[in-house]
Design a protein around this ligand. Structure first.
Ligand code: ADP
Length: 566
């Protein structure tokens, strides 16, 4: 027992050293967290970048598309208003050309012309003919303007120079918004220029703008050169209010966004003092776009949630794989350490066996000689006691030589000699060998051997030794009238042998030690504690495995796995 404890302590010390150096316990929680964060970062960052870039590109595209559309709508509106103004101008020019100066200075003719015009164009408010000096020669309308002198008016000079003049909208005497169109013509008789001037109700312009304004356009209005609104606006108030955007006034064409998320486009209407302003709410601030953005955000969020779940599962799976690989690694290390331990014991056993065998032989021989001498010697005091002592020496020497023989035998059997063999045959041989012992103890043996068991490539002698050791232990465990069952079958391509007994079983505190060398629970004259450790070493050397299941009071089962190919 002392030898066992000393050996055990020495081995435990070395095992701890080996295991401690080669295996560091990992923090799996940390591994799981770092795997999770790394995979999340790898998957989420590109997803967010792609989503962000797509969103930005899409927004830019939309804004560009929106601007193009606004430009096209503005262009169409300008062309429509220009056409309308051009139409008015043509009508007035045509009147001036057809009804000559002499005719129109006659009040009755001017009245006729006005009535004719009014039949087609209800918006004409009045009409007047002005001579080359700027004096109104005839006038038809609600005021008495005949004889009015326009020679100093800016517009009069302009109309003589460029042939046409269109005024801003103004209130005039009637306090009704209207504007003036004047055209100049040449009188062949006097060889001088004269001017036909008409006033037009501004509501005409407002109505026309209302007609061309489509549902997509939020606001459409005219401003003059200093930004005074010529028609009313739904966003910036009634006519004659001030439009605050200077860009619209100063440029031929302008496009700009305002703080209220409106997109403005403005363009001059040629040959008039007006600039047309078209206003649209930016698409990116409209409900459709907001809905789209919400949908996009929901999809991205869903992707992130799914990603989190998948990555969490993956991180768990990988961590578990690392953990089980570590466990296998640990087990292999332990097994290697165990085999190493057995190999050292093998060498130790050979040494010890050899060294002790010779002195034992001498003790045996000398004790025998002393016995022989004593037998032929005459009786003397204490003769019987000395004879008893010599017998006791003989018995102890016998036990010692059993142990040394076993140790030597173990050391010798290190070499493996593999051959094709049938495990069932090996089992049967071992059973024949133990037949007498079983009969004496009235042990019932029951065997269930798979008849078509594949042959294995293994060492017959060593397998015999393995089965013998286990069956010997089973016989010891069941005692008289016990039961032992032996079963062979194939599991996952390997041959498996189960040897089960209905002995007392092994307690939990003993079970972890049964494969350790020199561990025994038997009396010193019965057990050496080497059987199972040798068995373990052999089976590992043959590439197989051995496991044990035991229940106190019910029995013990050893399972031996032997690979078909070694
Ligand atoms: P030994 O048989 O010389 O004691 P072993 O290494 O063969 O040495 O066995 C170690 C110990 O394992 C035994 O002393 C016994 O306590 C236990 N053991 C082995 N086989 C059985 C069994 N079938 N039933 C109960 N105990 C067992």
């Amino acid at each position: 027992m002392k030898v066992y404890i000393a050996l055990k302590e020495w081995l435990a010390f070395h095992a701890m050293k080996v295991l401690g150096e080669s295996y560091n316990k990992r923090n799996y929680k940390k591994i799981r967290i770092s795997l999770f964060t790394t995979i999340m970062a790898i998957t989420i960052i590109p997803l967010l970048i792609i989503a962000g870039l797509s969103y930005n590109n899409y927004t830019d595209l939309l804004i560009k598309e929106e601007r193009d559309q606004l430009e096209s709508r503005l262009d169409k509106s300008i062309r429509a208003i220009s056409a309308m103004v051009e139409n008015l101008r043509t009508v007035i020019e045509f009147s001036a050309w057809q009804d000559r100066y002499d005719e129109l200075t006659v009040q009755a003719n001017l009245e006729k012309l006005f009535i004719r015009l009014k039949q087609h164009y209800t918006f004409f408010a009045d009409i007047g003919v002005i001579d080359s000096r700027g004096i109104q020669q005839s006038y038809y309308g609600p005021y008495d303007l005949e004889g009015t002198d326009y020679s100093n008016e800016q517009w009069f000079t302009e109309v003589l120079e460029s042939g046409i003049y269109i005024s801003n909208i103004y209130l005039g005497f009637r306090e009704v918004p209207h504007f003036t169109i004047a055209v100049s013509s040449f009188d062949p008789n006097s060889r001088k220029k004269w001017v036909l001037r008409t006033t037009i109700d501004a509501s005409t312009l407002q109505n026309f703008i209302n007609t061309i304004k489509t549902a997509r356009i939020d606001d459409l209005f005219l401003i003059d050169q200093i930004g005074i609104m010529q028609t009313s606006s739904s966003l910036y108030g009634e006519a004659f209010s001030k439009y605050k955007e200077k860009r619209a006034v100063s440029n031929e064409y302008s496009f700009y966004q305002t703080e209220e998320n409106y997109f403005h486009g403005s363009g001059r209407i040629k040959k008039t003092p007006w600039t047309l302003v078209l206003v649209e709410k930016e698409y990116v601030h409209q409900q459709d776009w907001l809905d789209f953005r919400n949908r996009l955000a929901t999809i991205v969020l869903l992707c992130i949630i799914i990603d989190v779940l998948i990555v969490y599962g993956l991180a768990n799976l990988l961590t578990n794989l690392i953990r089980s690989s570590d466990e296998i690694h640990m087990k292999l290390l332990q097994e290697a350490e165990h085999s190493d331990r057995l190999a050292s014991i093998g060498r130790l056993a050979a040494g010890v066996g050899h060294e002790i065998n010779n002195p034992l032989a001498i003790i045996n021989e000398k004790a025998g000689l002393a016995g022989d001498i004593l037998a032929v010697s005459p009786d003397f005091e204490n003769k019987e006691m000395i004879t008893g002592c010599l017998e006791s020496i003989g018995k102890s020497v016998k036990r010692c030589s059993t142990i040394t023989h076993r140790l030597l035998g173990f050391a010798k059997r290190q070499e493996v000699k593999n051959q094709q063999l049938q495990v069932n045959d090996v089992l049967k041989e071992v059973m024949v060998f133990l037949d007498n012992l079983m009969l004496t103890n009235r042990i019932k043996i029951e065997s269930q051997l798979q008849y078509d068991l594949p042959e294995v490539f293994s060492d017959q002698m060593q397998l015999q030794q393995v089965f013998l050791n286990i069956l010997n232990n089973a016989i010891d465990a069941v005692g008289k009238d016990g039961h032992i069952s032996i079963m062979s079958h194939v599991v996952a391509g390997d041959v498996r042998v189960v040897i089960q007994d209905d002995g007392p079983g092994i307690t939990d505190d003993v079970l972890p030690h049964i494969f350790e060398p020199f561990f025994t629970t038997k009396d010193s004259d019965k057990g050496t504690g080497l059987g199972l450790s040798i068995t373990y070493g052999l089976i590992k050397k043959l590439g197989g495995d051995i496991t044990v299941r035991s229940q106190v009071g019910k029995g013990t089962a050893f399972t031996i796995t032997i690979p078909v190919e070694n």
